[in-house]
Design a protein around this ligand. Structure first.
Ligand SMILES: *[C@@H]1O[C@H](CO)[C@@H](O)[C@H](O)[C@H]1NC(C)=O
Ligand SMILES: *[C@@H]1O[C@H](CO)[C@@H](O)[C@H](O)[C@H]1NC(C)=O
Ligand SMILES: *[C@@H]1O[C@H](CO)[C@@H](O)[C@H](O)[C@H]1NC(C)=O
Ligand SMILES: *[C@@H]1O[C@H](CO)[C@@H](O)[C@H](O)[C@H]1NC(C)=O
Ligand SMILES: *[C@@H]1O[C@H](CO)[C@@H](O)[C@H](O)[C@H]1NC(C)=O
Ligand SMILES: *[C@@H]1O[C@H](CO)[C@@H](O)[C@H](O)[C@H]1NC(C)=O
Ligand SMILES: *[C@@H]1O[C@H](CO)[C@@H](O)[C@H](O)[C@H]1NC(C)=O
Length: 291
């Protein structure tokens, strides 16, 4: 068997390498003549220039076709999700549990609501959404007639939540057994919740468990209606001052003072049956008051 490789000394290897870097016999440098090096460099320069141009062109075309006023890839959601505040969770469910005689306990709930309502401060809404909206109909805007090339947004004020606004009773009823919760429906760009202008979406809460423990359910604004003038939503850039309409619900707890409750936003274009999204169109929570 012949050895595949000759054993070479270190000196010989260095010499080989030297010859590779500059071979004076055929005038090559690292295996190529200087002339070839110039060609290959030019080739690569041209190659990268072309690649960069193509890339820039693609980005430019993409940017050019993007409408800054709406996301290109909207969420697949076609029906909005619904949330409840105070958003306090137990193991996995929303559990609004509090102790009427423990100030720290009910303050925690009322503080969550006060914080949540900061953008709805009447003074603030008067300042930033100073537009007289016509109630009871969609506020369709085809032009950008608001300040700084925006669209108008209708004001929603804390005071519209009446006895659940936190203005008259800063505890939102949590120092007693008449707690308020606030229901919010997520915004979806261009979504119109109903085909019929005389049927605005409204919140309907039902007691799933503990019917006897809930004496009365009150809605604010009246009948739990989300006025049509808050729809459609045109996106953050078009309507930077938009606020979601809210509905507050007050439950009068009696007897065992606990219940499993479902609040649903009812409208002909809102669905509830999505098994993959339990919050679609509705929210389920546990409410419990102890002494
Ligand atoms: C509620 O709070 C009061 C006062 O802190 C306390 O004495 C009572 O044990 C609490 N009730 C429950 C069920 O934890
Ligand atoms: C609303 O904002 C005004 C001015 O910033 C403030 O004086 C007022 O206390 C706020 N109202 C509430 C309920 O937080
Ligand atoms: C809205 O109406 C009120 C009272 O009718 C008026 O004082 C106010 O200037 C109006 N605002 C706008 C933006 O038209
Ligand atoms: C708000 O509460 C007060 C006092 O409890 C009551 O008289 C009034 O009718 C309530 N308002 C509404 C709209 O329920
Ligand atoms: C709860 O707080 C409100 C407002 O501070 C007060 O009017 C009411 O009497 C309180 N209720 C109880 C049961 O302490
Ligand atoms: C609402 O309108 C759309 C399109 O106009 C129609 O396809 C749909 O069936 C209507 N839905 C109801 C409940 O009327
Ligand atoms: C609220 O929902 C319940 C149960 O789905 C239903 O029986 C009731 O009629 C609804 N109320 C309104 C006002 O839609």
């Amino acid at each position: 068997m012949a050895t595949l490789k000759e054993k070479r000394t270190c000196g010989q290897r260095c010499e080989d390498f030297g010859r590779f870097v500059w071979n004076s016999d055929d005038g090559t440098c690292m295996g190529r003549t200087p002339e070839k090096w110039v060609y290959i460099s030019l080739y690569y320069v041209a190659f990268y220039v072309v690649m960069t141009s193509l890339f820039s062109l693609a980005i430019y075309v993409l940017m050019y076709t993007l409408d800054p006023y709406r996301p290109d890839y909207q969420d697949r959601l076609k029906s909005p999700g619904v949330m409840v505040w105070p958003d306090t969770y137990g193991e996995e469910d929303i559990e609004i549990f509090y102790n009427t005689s423990d100030k720290a306990s009910w303050m925690k709930m009322s503080n969550i609501l006060h914080k949540f309502l900061i953008p709805y401060n009447d003074t603030h809404q008067h300042g930033c959404n100073n537009f007289n909206c016509t109630q009871g109909m969609y506020f369709i805007q085809n032009s950008f007639s608001g300040p700084d090339h925006t669209k108008w947004a209708c004001p929603f004020m804390q005071s519209m939540l009446g006895n659940c606004s936190g203005l008259g009773d800063p505890t939102f009823g949590y120092n007693s057994t008449m707690p308020c919760v606030i229901i919010k429906m997520n915004r979806i760009i261009d979504f119109l919740p109903s085909n019929h202008s005389d049927r605005p979406p409204y919140v309907n809460c039902t007691i799933l468990d503990g019917k006897d423990n809930v004496d009365k359910i009150e809605y604010f604004p009246d009948r739990g209606i989300m006025d049509m003038s808050y729809f459609p939503y045109y996106g953050k850039q078009a309507q930077p001052t938009y606020v979601n309409p809210l509905v507050a619900v007050r439950f009068s707890l009696v007897r065992e003072k606990q219940a499993k409750i479902q609040c649903q936003v009812v409208s002909d274009k809102i669905s509830y049956q999505n098994v993959h999204d339990p919050y679609e169109g509705k929210v389920i929570f546990y409410l419990k008051a102890v002494k």
